[in-house]
Design a binder for this molecule. Structure first.
Ligand SMILES: *Cc1c(COP(=O)(O)O)cnc(C)c1O
Length: 470
């Protein structure tokens, strides 16, 4: 499979080539030239596979330039870090089933793709005989998932900026307790956007970037999208194990969304042949995407207008992956993509309201919003019904899923984090102080390794020069 840019300015490249790239050279995003179709019969032959085996099959359709036995070895290695089950399904009543995506080392769904990325990036770098220094900014989940995925890997280091005093004790401990030589935490005086702007400034300095072999594994990374599509196949297979007439049997998914990466993976899976009826996008109070899917008008907010909510991993101002959906919406015409962003730059929004009815009829995408009060009420109702404790992001999903249940269509909600990561909100919702396992208590008490900086770009440049791999 070859990859092209949503803005039309990149000659087709392989999976290994898009793996280490952020934006395409023309500022667009890499997309598959054409997605392969998986037949109903092939899906049935995949029913007996383990999660890592299925991952090798599905990712193999994207990574056609990597030998299948190498991929199989990498997916096995990636998912051993999920001790109990890789993706368990758990019914919570009223026709809703949770799809567990947070069984990995950092207790959130970013591990699903990042653990595979740790394997494949090391593999491709070794083949190319080169090294990479991953520079990123995080407000929590992405940074820790990247650090756990790349710790101890050869030929690659991680330099991760995080905002001082803006993360939970738990998130800080998860990142700063890592003692691996190739993991560097930089705590910056400021907020997440200050960290992000520093990364952008340095990544925009072509000479510096090349000299220090800087790269990124952010949410637009195509390999992450590919690895995430696997669990839509898996969840459909498990949800239909006991269904007699299962070929073509449709299920719906609800996806707690921020940067539109997770749900985009579901959209790919649907196009590849997984019988998905609806993809329901659940937003929190920062509901730019819900507005877009309800009205066809996309009006991103400034970071100052972006609220700090109790489902913080969904607090986005611009959904970085939306362009990949827009590309398909406008009939894969790069000029129309460029025109939409031009309209946005000129007036602060673009208007696709004429196409809005197609969002559901053609693409199966609908949406909804969940607020702080909804989140608390949902955590409470699931708990009271005897189905345990769900995290605030998953609660946003369950709230919006319940509004979109259809008779005879199983509703699968992606569980994107474990409640332990957000203990304060759980306490607020149900008055339960979550107890940390012994392992997590040790993590919280462990010595931390972090460098503090003022947010000055020169200071960061010096740090990179001193610590990056050559
Ligand atoms: C990243 C994240 C999301 C949002 O996923 P996107 O791919 O950005 O839409 C939702 N919930 C949790 C817990 C996350 O870490």
């Amino acid at each position: 499979m070859q990859y092209i840019s949503t803005r039309g300015g990149m000659s087709p490249v392989s999976f290994s080539e898009v793996l280490l790239e952020g934006l395409a050279p023309d500022g667009g995003l890499a997309v598959p030239e054409a997605l392969p179709r998986v037949s109903g019969e092939t899906l049935e032959t995949w029913r007996a596979l383990t999660y890592p085996q299925l991952a090798a099959e599905v990712i193999g359709l994207f990574a056609t330039d990597i030998p299948r036995e190498d991929l199989a070895r990498m997916t096995e290695a990636a998912y051993v870090e999920f001790p109990d089950a890789v993706v368990p399904l758990r019914p919570i009543g009223d026709g809703v089933t949770l799809v567990g995506l947070s069984e990995g080392p950092t207790l959130a769904f970013k591990d699903m793709a990042m653990q595979f990325l740790g394997q494949v990036v090391e593999y491709v770098l070794e083949k190319k005989g080169t090294t990479l220094n991953i520079l990123g900014a995080t407000s929590g989940d992405t940074g820790s998932a990247a650090e756990y995925a790349f710790r101890g890997k050869h030929g690659v280091s991680v330099i991760m900026l995080s905002p001082q005093g803006r993360m939970s004790d738990f998130q800080r401990a998860q990142m700063y307790a890592l003692q691996d030589d190739n993991i560097h935490n930089v705590s910056v005086e400021g907020v997440f956007d200050d960290c992000q702007n520093l990364v952008k400034e340095l990544a925009g300095d072509v000479e510096f970037k090349r000299a220090h072999r800087l790269g990124a594994v952010n949410s637009i990374n195509l390999a992450r999208i590919a690895a995430q599509s696997v669990y839509y196949f898996w969840a459909w297979l498990r949800a239909t194990d006991a269904v007699a007439e299962r070929v073509g049997f449709e299920v719906s998914f609800t996806v707690p969304s921020g940067n539109f990466g997770n749900i985009l993976s579901g959209y790919f899976a649907k196009q590849m042949g997984v019988p998905i009826r609806r993809l329901v996008l659940a937003a929190n109070e920062n509901n730019v995407l819900d507005e877009f899917f309800r009205t066809g008008i996309y009006r991103p907010r400034s970071s100052a207008q972006t609220l700090a909510t109790s489902s913080p991993s969904m607090d986005i101002s611009k959904a970085s992956n939306l362009e990949r959906f827009i590309f398909d919406l406008v009939g894969r015409d790069p000029q129309k993509v460029v025109a939409a962003w031009g309209e946005l730059d000129a007036q602060g929004f673009f208007d696709m309201s004429a196409d809005q009815p197609r969002f559901e009829s053609e693409f199966g995408i609908v949406s909804g919003t969940s607020t702080h009060a909804d989140r608390l009420a949902t955590i409470r109702s699931v708990h009271e019904a005897g189905f345990g404790i769900i995290d605030p992001h998953t609660a946003d999903g369950v709230k919006v899923a319940r509004e979109n249940i259809e008779d005879g269509v199983p509703m699968l909600v992606l569980e994107t984090a474990k409640p332990e990561k957000f203990a304060e909100t759980i306490d607020e919702a149900i008055g339960v102080k979550l107890e940390y396992s012994e392992e997590l208590q040790q993590l919280l008490a462990a010595p931390q390794r972090v460098t503090t900086q003022s947010g000055d770009a020169a200071e960061l440049r010096a740090f990179i020069a001193a610590n990056a791999l050559l």
